[in-house]
Write a protein that binds this ligand. Structure first.
Ligand SMILES: [Zn+2]
Length: 600
Protein backbone atom coordinates (compact mmCIF):
# COMPACT_ATOMS: atom_id res chain seq x y z
CA UNK A 1 0.00 0.00 0.00
CA UNK A 2 2.76 2.34 0.94
CA UNK A 3 4.50 1.52 -2.31
CA UNK A 4 1.29 2.26 -4.28
CA UNK A 5 0.94 5.64 -2.55
CA UNK A 6 4.52 6.47 -3.39
CA UNK A 7 3.99 5.56 -7.01
CA UNK A 8 0.80 7.60 -7.19
CA UNK A 9 2.59 10.54 -5.62
CA UNK A 10 5.51 10.27 -8.06
CA UNK A 11 3.14 9.93 -11.03
CA UNK A 12 1.23 13.03 -10.05
CA UNK A 13 4.33 15.01 -9.05
CA UNK A 14 5.20 16.41 -12.52
CA UNK A 15 1.58 17.42 -13.09
CA UNK A 16 1.52 19.07 -9.68
CA UNK A 17 4.75 20.88 -10.51
CA UNK A 18 3.48 21.94 -13.94
CA UNK A 19 0.33 23.33 -12.35
CA UNK A 20 2.50 25.50 -10.13
CA UNK A 21 5.07 26.57 -12.70
CA UNK A 22 4.31 29.97 -14.18
CA UNK A 23 4.27 30.16 -17.96
CA UNK A 24 5.25 33.09 -20.13
CA UNK A 25 3.83 33.74 -23.59
CA UNK A 26 4.34 36.65 -25.96
CA UNK A 27 2.19 37.70 -28.87
CA UNK A 28 3.34 40.21 -31.48
CA UNK A 29 0.86 41.70 -33.96
CA UNK A 30 0.99 44.50 -36.53
CA UNK A 31 -2.54 45.03 -37.81
CA UNK A 32 -1.81 48.55 -39.16
CA UNK A 33 1.91 48.56 -40.05
CA UNK A 34 1.78 51.96 -41.73
CA UNK A 35 1.17 53.50 -38.28
CA UNK A 36 4.57 52.07 -37.13
CA UNK A 37 2.87 50.48 -34.12
CA UNK A 38 3.64 46.95 -32.99
CA UNK A 39 0.98 45.45 -30.72
CA UNK A 40 2.44 43.34 -27.92
CA UNK A 41 0.89 41.03 -25.36
CA UNK A 42 2.85 39.38 -22.56
CA UNK A 43 0.82 36.67 -20.85
CA UNK A 44 1.68 35.05 -17.54
CA UNK A 45 -0.24 32.07 -16.26
CA UNK A 46 -0.09 29.93 -13.12
CA UNK A 47 1.35 32.77 -11.08
CA UNK A 48 1.50 32.00 -7.36
CA UNK A 49 -1.44 33.49 -5.50
CA UNK A 50 0.93 34.85 -2.87
CA UNK A 51 2.40 37.16 -5.46
CA UNK A 52 0.47 40.42 -5.35
CA UNK A 53 2.43 42.35 -7.95
CA UNK A 54 4.33 41.73 -11.17
CA UNK A 55 7.02 43.98 -12.59
CA UNK A 56 7.67 44.39 -16.30
CA UNK A 57 10.81 46.00 -17.66
CA UNK A 58 11.84 47.07 -21.15
CA UNK A 59 15.65 47.08 -21.67
CA UNK A 60 17.35 50.45 -22.12
CA UNK A 61 19.94 49.13 -24.61
CA UNK A 62 20.42 46.33 -27.10
CA UNK A 63 23.34 43.96 -27.59
CA UNK A 64 26.04 45.00 -30.05
CA UNK A 65 25.52 48.73 -29.47
CA UNK A 66 27.05 50.30 -26.41
CA UNK A 67 24.67 53.16 -25.85
CA UNK A 68 21.51 53.75 -23.84
CA UNK A 69 18.53 54.06 -26.17
CA UNK A 70 15.77 54.18 -23.54
CA UNK A 71 13.41 52.06 -25.62
CA UNK A 72 10.57 52.73 -23.16
CA UNK A 73 10.12 56.10 -24.84
CA UNK A 74 8.35 54.28 -27.68
CA UNK A 75 5.82 52.46 -25.45
CA UNK A 76 2.19 53.64 -25.60
CA UNK A 77 -1.20 52.38 -24.36
CA UNK A 78 0.13 50.11 -21.62
CA UNK A 79 -2.52 48.18 -19.72
CA UNK A 80 -2.84 44.95 -17.78
CA UNK A 81 -5.72 42.60 -17.07
CA UNK A 82 -6.37 39.45 -15.06
CA UNK A 83 -7.59 36.14 -16.48
CA UNK A 84 -11.18 37.38 -16.66
CA UNK A 85 -10.30 40.52 -18.49
CA UNK A 86 -10.59 42.85 -15.51
CA UNK A 87 -8.16 45.72 -15.74
CA UNK A 88 -5.45 45.73 -13.08
CA UNK A 89 -3.86 48.83 -11.54
CA UNK A 90 -0.49 49.75 -13.07
CA UNK A 91 2.16 52.06 -11.61
CA UNK A 92 5.18 53.29 -13.53
CA UNK A 93 8.15 52.66 -11.21
CA UNK A 94 10.95 54.30 -13.17
CA UNK A 95 11.63 55.29 -16.76
CA UNK A 96 11.49 51.72 -18.01
CA UNK A 97 9.58 49.64 -15.41
CA UNK A 98 5.86 49.03 -14.84
CA UNK A 99 4.39 47.40 -11.71
CA UNK A 100 1.10 45.57 -12.10
CA UNK A 101 -0.98 45.07 -8.95
CA UNK A 102 -2.11 41.52 -9.67
CA UNK A 103 -4.00 40.97 -6.40
CA UNK A 104 -2.78 37.38 -6.50
CA UNK A 105 -4.37 36.59 -9.86
CA UNK A 106 -2.95 33.46 -11.48
CA UNK A 107 -3.27 34.91 -14.98
CA UNK A 108 -2.04 38.34 -16.00
CA UNK A 109 -1.81 39.80 -19.50
CA UNK A 110 0.05 43.04 -20.18
CA UNK A 111 -0.75 44.83 -23.42
CA UNK A 112 1.07 47.74 -25.00
CA UNK A 113 2.06 49.14 -28.33
CA UNK A 114 5.52 50.19 -29.46
CA UNK A 115 6.21 52.95 -31.95
CA UNK A 116 8.84 51.52 -34.30
CA UNK A 117 10.56 53.65 -36.88
CA UNK A 118 14.30 53.09 -36.44
CA UNK A 119 15.32 50.52 -39.02
CA UNK A 120 18.80 51.99 -39.38
CA UNK A 121 19.51 51.62 -35.66
CA UNK A 122 18.56 47.92 -35.98
CA UNK A 123 16.35 48.24 -32.92
CA UNK A 124 12.76 48.25 -34.18
CA UNK A 125 11.04 49.32 -37.36
CA UNK A 126 7.64 48.88 -38.94
CA UNK A 127 6.13 50.37 -42.06
CA UNK A 128 3.87 49.31 -44.90
CA UNK A 129 6.69 47.22 -46.42
CA UNK A 130 8.11 45.24 -43.50
CA UNK A 131 8.85 45.01 -39.83
CA UNK A 132 12.04 44.42 -37.86
CA UNK A 133 12.32 43.59 -34.17
CA UNK A 134 15.32 43.44 -31.90
CA UNK A 135 13.67 41.85 -28.88
CA UNK A 136 15.17 44.31 -26.40
CA UNK A 137 13.42 47.21 -28.11
CA UNK A 138 9.95 45.62 -28.18
CA UNK A 139 9.53 42.83 -25.62
CA UNK A 140 9.30 43.55 -21.89
CA UNK A 141 10.40 40.95 -19.37
CA UNK A 142 9.53 40.15 -15.81
CA UNK A 143 12.72 40.08 -13.69
CA UNK A 144 11.15 37.26 -11.65
CA UNK A 145 10.58 35.08 -14.75
CA UNK A 146 13.42 36.19 -17.01
CA UNK A 147 14.90 32.68 -17.04
CA UNK A 148 11.60 30.92 -17.79
CA UNK A 149 11.18 29.18 -21.16
CA UNK A 150 8.69 31.10 -23.27
CA UNK A 151 6.74 31.05 -26.50
CA UNK A 152 6.26 33.83 -29.00
CA UNK A 153 3.37 33.91 -31.45
CA UNK A 154 3.76 36.37 -34.31
CA UNK A 155 0.71 37.51 -36.24
CA UNK A 156 2.25 38.99 -39.38
CA UNK A 157 0.44 41.50 -41.53
CA UNK A 158 -1.41 39.83 -44.42
CA UNK A 159 0.93 38.13 -46.89
CA UNK A 160 3.99 38.59 -44.71
CA UNK A 161 6.13 35.89 -43.10
CA UNK A 162 8.73 35.70 -40.32
CA UNK A 163 12.47 35.04 -40.53
CA UNK A 164 14.35 34.59 -37.26
CA UNK A 165 16.95 32.48 -35.48
CA UNK A 166 14.36 31.44 -32.86
CA UNK A 167 13.29 27.79 -32.85
CA UNK A 168 9.88 27.14 -34.39
CA UNK A 169 7.21 25.07 -32.71
CA UNK A 170 6.57 22.04 -34.92
CA UNK A 171 3.30 22.20 -36.78
CA UNK A 172 2.52 25.78 -35.77
CA UNK A 173 3.28 28.55 -38.19
CA UNK A 174 4.88 31.65 -36.69
CA UNK A 175 5.05 30.21 -33.18
CA UNK A 176 8.51 30.17 -31.67
CA UNK A 177 10.17 29.18 -28.42
CA UNK A 178 13.09 30.44 -26.40
CA UNK A 179 14.72 28.98 -23.29
CA UNK A 180 14.48 32.39 -21.61
CA UNK A 181 14.08 36.09 -22.21
CA UNK A 182 17.76 36.75 -23.01
CA UNK A 183 17.61 34.38 -25.96
CA UNK A 184 14.44 36.04 -27.25
CA UNK A 185 16.21 39.38 -26.86
CA UNK A 186 19.14 38.12 -28.94
CA UNK A 187 17.12 36.67 -31.85
CA UNK A 188 15.86 39.50 -34.04
CA UNK A 189 12.85 39.00 -36.29
CA UNK A 190 12.34 40.14 -39.86
CA UNK A 191 8.67 40.20 -40.81
CA UNK A 192 7.57 40.97 -44.36
CA UNK A 193 7.99 39.70 -47.88
CA UNK A 194 11.75 39.13 -47.58
CA UNK A 195 13.34 36.58 -49.90
CA UNK A 196 14.76 33.68 -47.85
CA UNK A 197 17.52 31.59 -49.41
CA UNK A 198 18.39 28.39 -47.53
CA UNK A 199 21.73 26.63 -47.71
CA UNK A 200 23.76 24.11 -45.75
CA UNK A 201 27.30 24.41 -44.47
CA UNK A 202 28.79 21.28 -42.90
CA UNK A 203 25.25 19.91 -42.69
CA UNK A 204 24.02 22.89 -40.66
CA UNK A 205 21.11 24.92 -42.09
CA UNK A 206 21.59 28.61 -42.82
CA UNK A 207 19.24 31.21 -44.25
CA UNK A 208 20.15 34.38 -46.13
CA UNK A 209 17.15 36.68 -46.02
CA UNK A 210 17.05 39.77 -48.23
CA UNK A 211 14.54 42.58 -47.88
CA UNK A 212 14.43 45.87 -49.71
CA UNK A 213 15.11 46.92 -53.28
CA UNK A 214 18.12 45.28 -54.86
CA UNK A 215 19.02 43.65 -58.13
CA UNK A 216 21.92 41.65 -56.73
CA UNK A 217 22.19 37.98 -57.51
CA UNK A 218 21.24 36.01 -54.40
CA UNK A 219 23.43 33.10 -55.49
CA UNK A 220 26.58 35.18 -55.20
CA UNK A 221 25.56 36.38 -51.73
CA UNK A 222 24.77 32.84 -50.63
CA UNK A 223 28.16 31.71 -51.96
CA UNK A 224 29.84 34.53 -50.03
CA UNK A 225 28.01 33.69 -46.80
CA UNK A 226 28.86 29.99 -47.20
CA UNK A 227 32.55 30.76 -47.62
CA UNK A 228 32.59 33.03 -44.58
CA UNK A 229 30.86 30.37 -42.47
CA UNK A 230 33.26 27.65 -43.63
CA UNK A 231 36.28 29.88 -42.98
CA UNK A 232 35.15 30.47 -39.38
CA UNK A 233 34.19 26.83 -38.82
CA UNK A 234 37.75 25.88 -39.79
CA UNK A 235 39.17 28.55 -37.47
CA UNK A 236 37.07 27.70 -34.40
CA UNK A 237 36.70 23.96 -35.02
CA UNK A 238 32.91 23.73 -35.21
CA UNK A 239 29.71 25.74 -35.58
CA UNK A 240 28.09 26.60 -32.24
CA UNK A 241 24.44 26.66 -33.36
CA UNK A 242 21.75 24.48 -34.91
CA UNK A 243 20.69 27.06 -37.49
CA UNK A 244 21.91 30.53 -38.50
CA UNK A 245 20.15 33.46 -40.18
CA UNK A 246 21.68 36.36 -42.13
CA UNK A 247 19.11 39.18 -42.24
CA UNK A 248 20.04 41.60 -45.00
CA UNK A 249 18.31 44.99 -45.23
CA UNK A 250 18.84 46.84 -48.50
CA UNK A 251 17.97 50.43 -47.67
CA UNK A 252 18.63 54.03 -48.60
CA UNK A 253 20.01 55.03 -45.21
CA UNK A 254 21.93 52.06 -43.80
CA UNK A 255 23.43 52.24 -40.33
CA UNK A 256 25.79 49.26 -40.14
CA UNK A 257 25.43 45.71 -38.89
CA UNK A 258 24.84 43.85 -35.64
CA UNK A 259 25.82 40.39 -34.45
CA UNK A 260 23.45 38.12 -32.55
CA UNK A 261 23.65 34.71 -30.98
CA UNK A 262 22.66 32.76 -34.11
CA UNK A 263 21.93 35.51 -36.60
CA UNK A 264 23.22 38.83 -37.84
CA UNK A 265 21.52 41.92 -39.24
CA UNK A 266 23.35 43.65 -42.08
CA UNK A 267 22.13 47.01 -43.32
CA UNK A 268 23.35 47.68 -46.83
CA UNK A 269 22.87 50.62 -49.12
CA UNK A 270 20.58 49.54 -51.97
CA UNK A 271 22.89 51.24 -54.44
CA UNK A 272 25.88 49.19 -53.23
CA UNK A 273 23.93 46.03 -53.94
CA UNK A 274 23.37 47.18 -57.49
CA UNK A 275 27.07 47.23 -58.28
CA UNK A 276 28.32 44.44 -60.58
CA UNK A 277 29.96 42.56 -57.73
CA UNK A 278 28.12 43.32 -54.49
CA UNK A 279 30.13 40.71 -52.66
CA UNK A 280 33.23 42.87 -52.76
CA UNK A 281 31.31 45.51 -50.84
CA UNK A 282 29.99 43.12 -48.28
CA UNK A 283 32.81 40.75 -47.55
CA UNK A 284 34.33 42.73 -44.67
CA UNK A 285 30.96 43.24 -43.04
CA UNK A 286 29.97 39.57 -43.31
CA UNK A 287 33.34 38.50 -42.00
CA UNK A 288 33.28 40.88 -39.03
CA UNK A 289 29.75 40.11 -37.90
CA UNK A 290 30.16 36.38 -38.28
CA UNK A 291 33.39 36.30 -36.25
CA UNK A 292 31.36 37.82 -33.39
CA UNK A 293 29.31 34.59 -33.30
CA UNK A 294 32.17 33.45 -31.08
CA UNK A 295 33.90 36.64 -29.91
CA UNK A 296 31.14 38.20 -27.76
CA UNK A 297 28.41 35.61 -28.23
CA UNK A 298 30.11 32.33 -27.27
CA UNK A 299 32.32 34.12 -24.71
CA UNK A 300 32.04 37.61 -23.42
CA UNK A 301 33.40 40.04 -20.85
CA UNK A 302 32.30 39.72 -17.24
CA UNK A 303 30.51 43.07 -17.40
CA UNK A 304 27.96 41.66 -19.86
CA UNK A 305 27.59 38.10 -18.59
CA UNK A 306 24.77 38.16 -17.67
CA UNK A 307 23.42 41.24 -19.40
CA UNK A 308 21.96 43.94 -17.19
CA UNK A 309 19.15 45.34 -19.32
CA UNK A 310 18.40 48.26 -17.04
CA UNK A 311 21.60 50.27 -17.36
CA UNK A 312 25.06 50.54 -18.88
CA UNK A 313 27.16 47.34 -18.62
CA UNK A 314 30.79 48.27 -18.03
CA UNK A 315 33.83 46.43 -19.34
CA UNK A 316 37.46 47.19 -20.07
CA UNK A 317 37.67 44.37 -22.60
CA UNK A 318 35.57 45.91 -25.38
CA UNK A 319 38.71 46.65 -27.43
CA UNK A 320 39.23 42.87 -27.71
CA UNK A 321 35.56 42.34 -28.60
CA UNK A 322 35.44 44.94 -31.35
CA UNK A 323 39.07 45.65 -32.21
CA UNK A 324 40.03 41.99 -31.82
CA UNK A 325 37.22 41.04 -34.18
CA UNK A 326 38.22 43.75 -36.66
CA UNK A 327 41.81 42.54 -36.68
CA UNK A 328 41.04 38.84 -36.84
CA UNK A 329 38.24 39.06 -39.39
CA UNK A 330 40.68 40.90 -41.67
CA UNK A 331 43.43 38.40 -40.96
CA UNK A 332 41.11 35.50 -41.84
CA UNK A 333 40.26 37.17 -45.14
CA UNK A 334 43.98 37.50 -45.92
CA UNK A 335 44.70 33.91 -44.90
CA UNK A 336 41.88 32.68 -47.11
CA UNK A 337 42.86 34.57 -50.21
CA UNK A 338 40.35 37.44 -50.16
CA UNK A 339 43.17 39.91 -49.63
CA UNK A 340 46.58 39.19 -51.10
CA UNK A 341 49.16 38.65 -48.35
CA UNK A 342 51.38 41.27 -49.99
CA UNK A 343 48.48 43.72 -50.07
CA UNK A 344 47.83 42.98 -46.41
CA UNK A 345 51.43 43.75 -45.48
CA UNK A 346 51.58 46.84 -47.67
CA UNK A 347 48.40 48.13 -45.98
CA UNK A 348 49.90 48.03 -42.47
CA UNK A 349 51.44 51.45 -43.06
CA UNK A 350 47.95 52.98 -42.85
CA UNK A 351 47.61 51.53 -39.37
CA UNK A 352 50.95 52.93 -38.23
CA UNK A 353 50.23 56.40 -39.63
CA UNK A 354 46.69 56.45 -38.25
CA UNK A 355 47.94 55.38 -34.83
CA UNK A 356 50.75 57.93 -34.66
CA UNK A 357 48.74 60.81 -36.07
CA UNK A 358 45.91 60.56 -33.56
CA UNK A 359 46.72 62.72 -30.51
CA UNK A 360 44.07 60.91 -28.46
CA UNK A 361 46.12 57.72 -28.46
CA UNK A 362 48.53 59.43 -26.06
CA UNK A 363 45.70 60.55 -23.81
CA UNK A 364 43.43 57.54 -23.32
CA UNK A 365 44.28 53.86 -22.92
CA UNK A 366 42.34 51.27 -24.82
CA UNK A 367 41.01 49.85 -21.53
CA UNK A 368 39.64 53.28 -20.54
CA UNK A 369 38.25 53.74 -24.04
CA UNK A 370 36.40 50.43 -23.66
CA UNK A 371 34.96 51.39 -20.30
CA UNK A 372 33.76 54.77 -21.56
CA UNK A 373 32.22 53.49 -24.79
CA UNK A 374 28.77 54.23 -23.35
CA UNK A 375 29.42 57.94 -23.14
CA UNK A 376 31.91 58.37 -25.94
CA UNK A 377 31.86 55.84 -28.73
CA UNK A 378 28.31 55.95 -30.01
CA UNK A 379 28.03 59.71 -30.31
CA UNK A 380 29.83 62.37 -32.26
CA UNK A 381 32.21 64.17 -29.94
CA UNK A 382 34.40 66.76 -31.62
CA UNK A 383 37.14 66.27 -29.03
CA UNK A 384 37.44 62.48 -29.52
CA UNK A 385 40.30 62.56 -32.01
CA UNK A 386 42.43 64.74 -29.74
CA UNK A 387 41.59 63.18 -26.40
CA UNK A 388 40.50 59.62 -27.00
CA UNK A 389 41.52 56.33 -28.56
CA UNK A 390 39.23 54.79 -31.18
CA UNK A 391 37.67 51.56 -30.03
CA UNK A 392 37.69 49.59 -33.29
CA UNK A 393 40.78 50.99 -34.97
CA UNK A 394 43.05 51.22 -31.93
CA UNK A 395 41.60 47.97 -30.64
CA UNK A 396 42.59 46.26 -33.89
CA UNK A 397 46.09 47.77 -33.78
CA UNK A 398 46.68 46.62 -30.20
CA UNK A 399 45.30 43.18 -31.12
CA UNK A 400 47.69 42.86 -34.06
CA UNK A 401 50.68 43.79 -31.93
CA UNK A 402 49.53 41.49 -29.12
CA UNK A 403 49.30 38.64 -31.65
CA UNK A 404 52.80 39.21 -33.00
CA UNK A 405 54.26 39.72 -29.53
CA UNK A 406 52.84 36.39 -28.35
CA UNK A 407 54.20 34.77 -31.52
CA UNK A 408 57.62 36.35 -31.06
CA UNK A 409 57.94 35.69 -27.33
CA UNK A 410 56.72 32.08 -27.66
CA UNK A 411 59.01 31.41 -30.62
CA UNK A 412 55.91 30.87 -32.71
CA UNK A 413 54.44 28.26 -30.42
CA UNK A 414 51.35 30.36 -29.67
CA UNK A 415 49.33 33.31 -30.96
CA UNK A 416 46.21 35.42 -30.48
CA UNK A 417 44.31 32.55 -32.12
CA UNK A 418 45.21 30.39 -29.11
CA UNK A 419 44.24 33.18 -26.73
CA UNK A 420 40.80 33.45 -28.38
CA UNK A 421 40.25 29.71 -28.26
CA UNK A 422 41.32 29.63 -24.60
CA UNK A 423 38.80 32.36 -23.74
CA UNK A 424 36.13 30.42 -25.61
CA UNK A 425 36.91 27.24 -23.69
CA UNK A 426 37.37 28.71 -20.23
CA UNK A 427 34.62 31.33 -20.23
CA UNK A 428 31.64 30.01 -22.18
CA UNK A 429 28.72 32.45 -22.23
CA UNK A 430 26.66 32.07 -19.11
CA UNK A 431 29.64 31.23 -16.91
CA UNK A 432 30.17 34.78 -15.71
CA UNK A 433 32.51 36.11 -18.37
CA UNK A 434 36.21 37.01 -18.49
CA UNK A 435 38.12 40.03 -17.23
CA UNK A 436 41.14 41.86 -18.56
CA UNK A 437 43.20 40.08 -15.91
CA UNK A 438 42.06 36.76 -17.38
CA UNK A 439 43.14 37.87 -20.86
CA UNK A 440 46.53 38.96 -19.52
CA UNK A 441 46.94 35.69 -17.61
CA UNK A 442 46.31 33.63 -20.75
CA UNK A 443 48.64 35.87 -22.79
CA UNK A 444 51.39 35.28 -20.22
CA UNK A 445 50.74 31.52 -20.27
CA UNK A 446 51.16 31.62 -24.04
CA UNK A 447 53.94 34.14 -24.46
CA UNK A 448 55.73 34.39 -21.12
CA UNK A 449 56.19 37.04 -18.45
CA UNK A 450 57.11 39.77 -20.89
CA UNK A 451 53.47 39.94 -21.89
CA UNK A 452 52.77 41.62 -18.54
CA UNK A 453 54.68 44.63 -19.85
CA UNK A 454 52.60 44.67 -23.04
CA UNK A 455 49.41 44.94 -21.02
CA UNK A 456 50.65 47.59 -18.63
CA UNK A 457 52.13 49.69 -21.44
CA UNK A 458 49.62 49.31 -24.28
CA UNK A 459 46.34 48.09 -22.77
CA UNK A 460 46.19 49.86 -19.42
CA UNK A 461 48.68 52.54 -20.46
CA UNK A 462 49.21 54.90 -23.34
CA UNK A 463 52.80 54.06 -24.21
CA UNK A 464 53.07 54.41 -28.02
CA UNK A 465 52.89 51.14 -29.92
CA UNK A 466 56.33 49.93 -30.94
CA UNK A 467 55.48 48.88 -34.49
CA UNK A 468 59.11 48.61 -35.56
CA UNK A 469 60.07 46.08 -32.87
CA UNK A 470 56.90 44.02 -33.02
CA UNK A 471 56.62 43.74 -36.82
CA UNK A 472 60.24 42.60 -36.84
CA UNK A 473 59.08 39.38 -35.15
CA UNK A 474 57.50 38.51 -38.50
CA UNK A 475 60.47 39.68 -40.54
CA UNK A 476 58.99 43.06 -41.46
CA UNK A 477 60.75 46.40 -41.53
CA UNK A 478 59.04 49.72 -40.98
CA UNK A 479 60.71 52.70 -42.61
CA UNK A 480 59.62 56.30 -43.06
CA UNK A 481 59.15 57.42 -46.65
CA UNK A 482 61.70 60.13 -47.26
CA UNK A 483 60.25 63.58 -47.85
CA UNK A 484 56.71 62.42 -47.07
CA UNK A 485 56.10 64.88 -44.23
CA UNK A 486 53.59 67.19 -45.81
CA UNK A 487 52.87 70.81 -45.03
CA UNK A 488 49.63 70.95 -43.09
CA UNK A 489 47.08 73.17 -41.48
CA UNK A 490 45.54 70.48 -39.25
CA UNK A 491 41.86 70.89 -40.04
CA UNK A 492 39.36 68.49 -41.53
CA UNK A 493 36.42 70.13 -43.21
CA UNK A 494 33.18 69.04 -44.83
CA UNK A 495 31.21 70.84 -47.53
CA UNK A 496 27.64 71.40 -46.42
CA UNK A 497 25.80 72.99 -49.30
CA UNK A 498 27.52 76.32 -49.91
CA UNK A 499 29.39 76.18 -46.63
CA UNK A 500 32.78 74.68 -45.77
CA UNK A 501 32.57 73.62 -42.15
CA UNK A 502 35.44 72.64 -39.86
CA UNK A 503 34.73 69.15 -38.47
CA UNK A 504 37.99 68.58 -36.65
CA UNK A 505 41.06 70.53 -35.57
CA UNK A 506 44.01 68.32 -34.69
CA UNK A 507 45.64 69.12 -31.35
CA UNK A 508 49.13 70.51 -31.85
CA UNK A 509 48.52 71.53 -35.44
CA UNK A 510 49.02 75.08 -36.81
CA UNK A 511 45.25 75.64 -36.99
CA UNK A 512 44.77 74.37 -33.41
CA UNK A 513 47.48 76.62 -32.03
CA UNK A 514 46.08 79.60 -33.93
CA UNK A 515 42.60 79.07 -32.46
CA UNK A 516 40.52 77.61 -35.30
CA UNK A 517 37.49 75.78 -33.85
CA UNK A 518 35.18 72.96 -34.76
CA UNK A 519 32.10 74.38 -36.45
CA UNK A 520 33.87 77.39 -37.96
CA UNK A 521 32.77 78.15 -41.52
CA UNK A 522 35.88 78.61 -43.65
CA UNK A 523 35.56 81.27 -46.33
CA UNK A 524 38.96 81.98 -47.84
CA UNK A 525 42.65 81.13 -47.78
CA UNK A 526 44.91 84.09 -48.57
CA UNK A 527 41.86 86.01 -49.77
CA UNK A 528 40.54 83.34 -52.15
CA UNK A 529 37.43 81.28 -51.55
CA UNK A 530 38.18 77.66 -50.69
CA UNK A 531 36.15 74.49 -50.41
CA UNK A 532 37.27 71.22 -48.87
CA UNK A 533 38.90 69.96 -52.07
CA UNK A 534 40.93 73.19 -52.35
CA UNK A 535 42.28 72.89 -48.82
CA UNK A 536 43.19 69.24 -49.38
CA UNK A 537 45.09 70.00 -52.60
CA UNK A 538 46.57 73.45 -52.03
CA UNK A 539 47.93 73.39 -48.49
CA UNK A 540 50.34 70.46 -49.01
CA UNK A 541 51.85 72.36 -51.97
CA UNK A 542 52.81 75.28 -49.73
CA UNK A 543 56.12 75.58 -47.88
CA UNK A 544 56.59 74.90 -44.16
CA UNK A 545 56.95 78.26 -42.41
CA UNK A 546 54.78 80.03 -44.96
CA UNK A 547 52.24 82.37 -43.39
CA UNK A 548 48.65 82.14 -44.58
CA UNK A 549 45.52 84.11 -43.83
CA UNK A 550 42.46 82.05 -43.08
CA UNK A 551 39.10 83.88 -43.14
CA UNK A 552 36.08 82.31 -41.52
CA UNK A 553 32.70 82.94 -39.96
CA UNK A 554 32.17 82.05 -36.32
CA UNK A 555 28.68 82.77 -35.00
CA UNK A 556 28.11 84.97 -38.07
CA UNK A 557 31.11 87.11 -37.19
CA UNK A 558 33.94 87.41 -39.71
CA UNK A 559 37.25 86.32 -38.18
CA UNK A 560 40.71 86.27 -39.70
CA UNK A 561 43.61 84.11 -38.52
CA UNK A 562 47.27 84.45 -39.44
CA UNK A 563 48.67 80.94 -39.43
CA UNK A 564 52.21 79.78 -39.89
CA UNK A 565 52.17 76.45 -41.72
CA UNK A 566 54.36 73.59 -40.49
CA UNK A 567 55.34 70.11 -41.56
CA UNK A 568 53.15 67.31 -40.31
CA UNK A 569 55.29 65.44 -37.78
CA UNK A 570 54.23 61.92 -38.73
CA UNK A 571 55.68 60.81 -42.05
CA UNK A 572 54.30 58.13 -44.34
CA UNK A 573 55.75 54.68 -43.74
CA UNK A 574 56.39 51.65 -45.80
CA UNK A 575 56.39 48.11 -44.51
CA UNK A 576 58.59 45.61 -46.31
CA UNK A 577 59.97 42.18 -45.63
CA UNK A 578 63.61 41.91 -44.55
CA UNK A 579 66.14 40.69 -47.07
CA UNK A 580 67.43 37.82 -44.99
CA UNK A 581 64.91 36.57 -42.46
CA UNK A 582 65.90 34.36 -39.56
CA UNK A 583 64.32 30.94 -39.45
CA UNK A 584 61.99 32.16 -36.67
CA UNK A 585 60.92 35.29 -38.60
CA UNK A 586 60.09 33.15 -41.57
CA UNK A 587 58.16 30.68 -39.46
CA UNK A 588 56.18 33.44 -37.76
CA UNK A 589 55.27 35.11 -41.05
CA UNK A 590 54.25 31.85 -42.65
CA UNK A 591 51.99 30.75 -39.81
CA UNK A 592 50.63 34.26 -39.23
CA UNK A 593 49.42 34.85 -42.79
CA UNK A 594 49.42 31.20 -43.91
CA UNK A 595 51.68 32.11 -46.78
CA UNK A 596 54.97 30.98 -48.20
CA UNK A 597 57.69 33.57 -47.47
CA UNK A 598 58.82 33.40 -51.09
CA UNK A 599 55.38 34.39 -52.34
CA UNK A 600 55.46 37.74 -50.56
ZN1 LIG B 1 31.73 44.43 -34.20
Amino acid sequence: MKRLCTLLFLASFPAFLAAQTPTVEYKLSMSRPWTHLFEVEVMFDRLPSAEKSLDLVLPVWRTGRYTVFDFAGGVVRFSAADGRGNLLPVTKMDKTSWRIATGGSASVTARYEVYADEFNLRTRGLNDEHGFVDGTAVFMYSPAYRQRPLTLTVVPYEGWHVTTGLDSVAGKRFVFTAPGYDHLADCPLEIGTQRDHSFLVAGTPHVLSISGPTNCIPDSLVALASRIVRMNADYWGSLPYKRYVFILHAMADPGGATEHVNSTVLDISSSRLRTPDPCQNLIGMFSHEFFHTWNVKQFRPKGMDPYDWTKENYYRELWLVEGGTSYLHGLLLARNGYTSPKGYIDGIHWQIEGDRQRPGNKEESIAECSFDAWVKYSRYLPQSYNFGAELYGRGAQVSMLLDLTIRGESENKASLDDLMRALSKRFPAGSGGYTLDDVEKIAVELGGDRLHAFFSRHVHGTVPLDWETVLAYAGLTVSPVEGSERTWLGVTTADQGEKTIVRQVVAGSPAYDAGVNNGDEILALNGYRVRTADLVSRVPEMKPGEKVTLSLFRDDELRTFEISLRKQEVPSYKVTKVEKPTALQKKIMESWLKVDWQQL
